[in-house]
Design a binder for this molecule. Structure first.
Ligand SMILES: [Zn+2]
Length: 459
């Protein structure tokens, strides 16, 4: 008996280790899995584009033989951050005009600047600049709506970044479409082109209720549903938007969109600042995801979204930077986590509102849920896509360490991100982007900056 047992043990130890492509290890692995496991001295094994296993480093090293490895004994590993609302190419308008009323900012600066500058090349370089900034600060998935969105997708793929990307549909002539019907055609072309892409989810993005006709909104929903694609829109960002909807339709924008059938299919709404209890019940019953953008809402004095109520209803709420022109001047999701937590504490008068772990959930698995991608990304679990980051713990603001969630949300910065993997591919190594040439992208951005400035002076 003893002899056969030991023979079995011997055989077990002799089993060849399973080959994988990567093992990354760190002092703590924050999984954001359903049990919210935090593994001390943990590791993640990756095979091709997926996570093979997550666990204590010793166990992972016994089970797997890796071709490549990255050991960061003084860092965290966590899921890549998910930005649920951006207009990436607007990075080239960063800081063009700040501290203005939304209407002045739009009419005196952004609309003229866009009319004179937005082209496929502008969008390509603006998106590359945005992807560079996002990757270096730990974002692995971004959600975008702008013009020439197919070019946004090409730039995101070049950066090796995951994107949920929607062609903007709006009721006036814009850079890439004279009419909403033209924009719908572009959206359909994009849905067909990127179907089944490992990194890109093409979406349909009617700008908002107040900038589109009811017929266009209906056509956008029908198009999204034909391709099983998500629909992205802005909702109840400002008080004025609600007042106009009440005057025109005797309904809140949420009730109006629901009455139009816009939520009959996968939907993500940005902002939802001026939503009441009835609106939130509608969003919940339709399974609508919300992109909460605290920097943008604060900077434009839009208001504070009722995020605590949304979370109490178990709505899927993610974080977005919006911007980065006017509404926010960067893509740092670490800042959004910090601000999301503090803004809810401020408006509720309750310091226990929106604790650190919840803020990190919103930036990872919550954002994935809001996008309908929670089976693929948002947490570190075997079988999910290999999207994760390391964050350094060897800086003054990172020590001592009592609670990894509070450290991540209230102390660490996007600039503490050291390495990034997206879809099993290492895209940032030791703070250097491997997919995009940082120097060339920044030089081109400065060049575009001079052109934009000259175009405004030429008015
Ligand atoms: Zn927006």
């Amino acid at each position: 008996m003893f002899r056969s047992c030991s023979l079995l043990l011997l055989l077990a130890f002799r089993l060849p280790a399973e080959p994988v492509d990567w093992i990354w290890s760190a002092r703590y692995v924050i999984t954001m899995d359903p049990q919210r496991r935090v593994i001390e001295n943990g590791a993640v094994a990756v095979k091709q584009d997926r996570i093979a296993a997550v666990g204590p480093r010793a166990g992972i090293d016994r089970r797997f033989e890796s071709r490549k490895r990255l050991d960061r004994p003084d860092a965290l590993i966590l899921p890549g951050l998910v930005n649920t609302h951006t207009h990436a190419a607007m990075s080239l308008f960063r800081g063009i005009a700040d501290d203005l009323r939304l209407q002045d900012w739009l009419e005196k600066y952004i609309f003229p600047a866009e009319a004179k500058n937005v082209s496929p090349e502008f969008v390509r370089w603006g998106t590359k600049l945005a992807c560079l900034e996002m990757l270096l600060s730990g974002t692995t998935t971004f959600t975008d709506m702008y013009y020439f969105e197919d070019v946004v997708a090409e730039a995101a793929k070049e950066a090796g970044m995951r994107g949920v990307l929607g062609e903007t549909i709006i009721g006036f002539p814009v850079a890439d479409a004279k009419t909403p019907a033209d924009a719908l055609k572009l959206a359909e072309r994009m849905l067909a082109r990127f179907r089944g892409d490992p990194l890109i989810v093409a979406a349909v993005a009617p700008h908002a209720l107040y900038t589109n006709s009811d017929a266009t909104l209906g056509a956008a929903r029908a198009l999204a549903n034909r391709y099983h694609a998500p629909l992205i829109t802005h909702l109840s960002e400002t008080k004025r938007e609600n007042e106009e909807s009440m005057a025109k339709r005797k309904m809140t924008p949420t009730a109006a969109l629901d009455a139009l059938g816009l939520f009959k299919g996968r939907t993500l709404v940005a902002h939802a600042v001026w939503t009441d209890d009835a609106d939130l019940r509608i969003l919940k019953s339709r399974g609508v995801g919300v992109a909460h953008c605290p920097s943008s809402n604060m900077k434009l004095s839009s208001g504070a979204a009722p995020v605590v109520k949304m979370l109490a209803l178990n709505l899927a709420v993610g974080l977005g930077t919006d911007g980065p022109a006017g509404s926010n001047n960067d893509f740092d999701l670490c800042e959004e986590m910090d601000l999301a937590a503090k803004l809810q504490k401020l408006i509720t008068g309750d310091p226990q509102a929106l604790p650190a772990r919840t803020a990190l959930e919103m930036a990872t698995i919550g954002g994935a849920r809001a996008l309908g991608l929670e089976k693929e990304i948002g947490s570190l679990e075997a079988g999910k896509r290999a999207d994760f980051i390391t964050v350094r713990l060897d800086r003054p603001h990172a020590v001592p360490l009592y609670d990894v969630y509070s450290q991540m949300v209230y102390a660490l910065k996007g600039s503490d991100v050291r390495d990034v993997m997206v879809n099993g591919r290492e895209v940032v190594q030791d703070g250097q982007c491997l997919t995009l040439n940082s120097g060339a992208v920044m030089a081109k951005a400065r060049e575009f900056g001079h052109k934009v400035k000259a175009s405004l002076q030429a008015r």
